[in-house]
Design a binder for this molecule. Structure first.
Ligand SMILES: [Zn+2]
Ligand SMILES: [Zn+2]
Length: 421
């Protein structure tokens, strides 16, 4: 990776990181099986990753960080007999935590149309929101992207993670809250580590099955639903049932209890009218000891119900990054270290309570003070970070709080002019 930053900015950023590590070494997370973990770092002055490092003692890791002041710090989710061996086979894999990664850039948040931009470098055509694979005007794939992470993005990633834990990992897969390590990545989202003994030995294929389950990959709605019958009662799904069937039944119940226009768009006018007229009866039948879906089917028809359930599945499923979960040799950000593209710390959150309260705010930054910066790229004029306006044309000079200034310089969108603490 080539650093776009000038020497002055790089040195200032590195000295700020050094100051952080000198004062906050106790924040560095020490994983279980510490001596069996591989550590890896990206340094300010060197391209590529320094990896295959193993430390016998915590003190050695701390000294390495203080001496080298890395821009990024990682450790392995796997434990090895010989973590410092450079050959994967020689390392002697003993197991790996089960890890989930939820990033805002994988989520369909409407705010992307407020802060993300793209421009075709071939013909100049540009637009807002997620970038297309190729230019809709000239077909070129040479597209410049500007992406941003706002408070709403982080809120969406957080809700996705809460859903993963509360809808899937605990009730369906039986994991314990005490085995979960919840981490803010310092940039776009969250990492969840599951450290139970049984998880360690899961193969990549087994991890993929878990991913498929939470992402509803290969889920055939038709096979889950009660069979349609022309005559007689249709026995439905118990609202308390575990797994996907129960989730679907509860969501249908919720939607029928409070029908809205979005359902009309899915099932059509006639079916929607019948659903609203019969809603009380449907709800009553669905909540009986032996639940019935007779009136539900009569109102929506088999096709209408299947369509509705497909939308429901899309609402319930979790957007986790499958590459991270299935990789049993993954390197992942070290909690307590700073994210080199934002200057924000990677933060361990205590339980679901702290996760629920989490928000992207300037107090996350360990830095205080002000700085003047000069933009090195065009930034959309409406863009804000930590309550400050950061938009402007390339070359614009701005006076900002130090957390905001560091974020922009770390993202290589600006250079430092001066820092005042
Ligand atoms: Zn074009
Ligand atoms: Zn956003």
């Amino acid at each position: 990776m080539k650093f776009g930053m000038n020497v002055k900015s790089k040195n200032l950023l590195k000295s700020l990181f050094r100051q952080y590590y000198r004062r906050n070494m106790d924040r560095i997370f020490i994983p279980k099986n510490f001596a069996n973990r591989e550590f890896a770092f990206q340094l300010f002055d060197k391209q590529g990753m320094v990896r295959h490092l193993g430390f016998e003692k915590v003190e050695e890791l701390r000294n390495f960080i203080l001496e080298n002041v890395p821009r990024h710090a990682y450790y392995s989710t796997a434990i090895y007999i010989l973590p410092s061996a450079s050959d994967m086979d020689e390392k002697g894999w003993l197991g790996a935590e089960l890890v989930f990664d939820i990033d805002a850039d994988h989520l369909d948040t409407p705010c992307k149309y407020e802060h993300d931009r793209w421009k075709c470098l071939n013909c100049g055509f540009e637009g807002a929101g997620p970038p297309p694979d190729k230019c809709p005007k000239c077909g070129s794939q040479n597209i410049e992207k500007f992406t941003w992470v706002c408070e709403k993005c982080i809120e969406a990633a957080k809700n996705e993670l809460i859903k993963l834990i509360e809808e899937f990992l605990i009730p369906d897969l039986g994991f314990k809250v005490s085995d979960l390590l919840i981490v803010f990545s310092g940039h776009r989202g969250f990492h969840l580590h599951i450290q139970c003994e049984d998880c360690l030995k899961l193969t990549s294929e087994e991890r993929r099955e878990i991913v498929d389950y939470v992402k509803a990959i290969g889920l055939k709605v038709e096979l889950l639903l009660p069979k349609y019958k022309r005559r007689g009662e249709i026995i439905g799904i118990d609202l308390g049932e575990k797994g996907w069937r129960g989730k679907i039944a509860r969501k249908i119940f919720e939607k029928v209890s409070l029908p809205n226009e979005s359902i009309r768009e899915i099932v059509g006018d006639k079916a929607y009218t019948r659903l609203v007229e019969n809603s009380e009866k449907i709800i009553r039948e669905m909540s009986e000891t032996t639940p019935k879906w007779t009136t539900l089917y009569k109102s929506l028809g088999s096709k209408g119900l299947t369509k509705l359930v497909k939308t429901i599945v899309d609402e319930i499923k979790c957007s986790v990054d499958e590459k991270v979960t299935i990789d049993t040799h993954r390197l992942i950000r070290l909690p307590g270290s700073l994210h080199g593209k934002t200057g924000l710390p990677v933060i361990t959150l205590k339980g679901i309570g702290e996760l629920e309260k989490f928000e992207l705010k300037p107090e996350l930054s360990p830095f205080k003070g002000e700085a003047s910066i000069k933009l090195t790229k065009d930034i959309p004029s409406n863009l804000r970070l930590f309550g400050e306006n950061v938009g402007g044309r390339k070359g614009t000079k701005l006076k900002l709080s130090l957390p905001t200034a560091i974020y922009l310089v770390a993202r290589e969108l600006a250079e430092f002019e001066e820092i005042r603490k």
